[in-house]
Design a protein around this ligand. Structure first.
Ligand SMILES: Cc1cc2nc3c(=O)[nH]c(=O)nc-3n(C[C@H](O)[C@H](O)[C@H](O)COP(=O)(O)OP(=O)(O)OC[C@H]3O[C@@H](n4cnc5c(N)ncnc54)[C@H](O)[C@@H]3O)c2cc1C
Length: 390
């Protein structure tokens, strides 16, 4: 079983097979798969606890309803792991498979939704339901009359990002050192052979950067420029309210990207809005214009929110922000870099919680010299294209 502790002078390891920089959900998942593969693993996290930076801002939702084959495959694998998580790790991650419902009011919405579902079926995702506006309203009575089409997948849903992170960590055999910042790298000629921390060096043949928004500055210390941008994203939470349907799925306005899902007797909301890229931030400031904007946004497709808004007080709301760390093609960077000994598992944008299992498995396969030719490899050519950012 893993150990999670603040190191003191009497215990700080000098060597390991693998050092993971960052104890968010990606670092914890990577530790889980690495120790299962027999690698003696140390995770170094600068904060006082795991999962406290981007991971804690997440809506913790997951979906296989992607359009790209590589993302569908990642999500089918990850969801299968979430469904067996208790058996694999003993942890209860609060799995809610209440589905993801994408809705549209576009006049040609049904044809567009049908084309997407056909594409998903061609890529092996055969359990997405295609609904007319009337079918959708018959199933989900709170949908707006303007909705022309919807797609629904029951096995999509959400979980607790905190329990997932600690579930991976506790079920791994790794040692986690919190309150410990990686300041630089140990080198031998052109190779990375470990990390430098204020408590001493840890020598390791392999180092993986899982540092979320801080991945690019760390890679730069090692001599690599990563094409990453950090973009602020908000999560709004609303406490208990009698009008919120507790059995609802995650509802996504496919025309705008505004989305909400129930959380207990309340709800959580998100919406990717235009924001300038920023340096990585330890504390991401919030914009209190966001709540009114997102509530208006979701009311377009689920109009009961207009009634909720009427009597809202600011004290009913909670707002947090974090950063999406994104590549030009909005897919993560996983695997070996041009510098021997240095690996990446980062840049998951809005998908790090949901892709954590498959992403970590891909990374550890590469660490073991297997399957280096995958869609997320670090030296790929980035194809940019139209993609909905959630
Ligand atoms: C508002 C919002 C909503 C989101 N909703 C979803 C969602 O519904 N579903 C989903 O799948 N994803 C969602 N995401 C995205 C998801 O949260 C991220 O993709 C994921 O948390 C990234 O995890 P990570 O471990 O890579 O990064 P982080 O959680 O940021 O962890 C990186 C860790 O590295 C540590 N670190 C950095 N530098 C150093 C150093 N020098 N030394 C030691 N430690 C260091 C940091 O302290 C941090 O703990 C959302 C994100 C936001 C902001």
């Amino acid at each position: 079983m893993s150990q999670i502790f603040i190191p003191d002078a009497t215990h700080f390891p000098a060597t390991a097979d693998l050092v993971i920089i960052g104890g968010g959900v990606i670092g914890a998942a990577t530790a889980f798969y690495a120790t299962r593969a027999g690698l003696e693993t140390i995770v170094v996290e600068k904060r006082a606890a795991l999962g406290e930076l981007t991971t804690s801002a997440s809506l913790a939702a997951f979906r296989a309803q992607f359009a790209e084959p590589e993302n569908i495959a990642m999500m089918k694998e990850s969801i299968a792991v979430f469904e067996r998580f208790a058996e694999l790790t003993g942890a209860d991650i609060g799995l809610h498979q209440q589905g993801y419902l994408f809705v549209t009011t576009a006049p040609d919405g049904y044809a567009t939704a049908r084309a997407r579902v056909e594409l998903q079926r061609a890529h092996g995702l055969d359990d997405v339901e295609l609904l007319t506006g009337d079918d959708a309203r018959a199933r989900f009575a709170y949908l707006a009359p303007e909705i022309t089409a919807a797609t629904f997948r029951q096995r999509d849903g959400w979980l607790s990002a905190h329990e997932l992170t600690y579930g991976y960590a506790r079920a791994s055999n790794a040692q986690f050192f919190v309150d410990t910042t990686v300041l630089g790298f140990c080198r031998e000629q052109n190779r990375i052979v470990g990390v430098v921390t204020p408590r001493g060096e840890i020598r390791a043949a392999r180092v993986v950067i899982c540092a979320g928004p801080f991945a690019a500055p760390l890679a730069k210390l090692a001599g690599i420029e990563l094409p990453l941008e950090n973009i602020r994203r908000h999560q709004l939470t609303l406490g208990k309210h009698s009008l919120i349907p507790r059995a609802a799925p995650m509802v996504v306005d496919a025309d705008t990207g505004a989305h909400w899902r129930p959380e207990g007797a309340g709800a959580v909301f998100g919406w990717s809005q235009p924001e300038p890229p920023s340096v990585p931030l330890e504390y991401v400031p919030t914009d209190w214009e966001f709540p009114a904007r997102v509530l208006d946004g979701v009311a377009r497709v689920t109009p009961f929110w207009n009634d909720v808004i009427e009597n809202l007080k600011r004290s009913d709301l909670g707002l947090v922000a974090g950063q999406y760390t994104e590549t030009p093609d909005l897919n993560p960077l996983i695997g070996a870099t041009a510098i021997e000994g240095l690996w990446l598992n980062c840049a998951y944008g809005g998908h790090g919680v949901m892709m954590s299992a498959a992403g970590a498995r891909v990374c550890v396969d590469e660490l073991r010299g297997k399957n280096t030719d995958h869609a997320f490899r670090v030296n790929r050519k980035f194809k940019t294209g139209e993609k909905m950012v959630l």
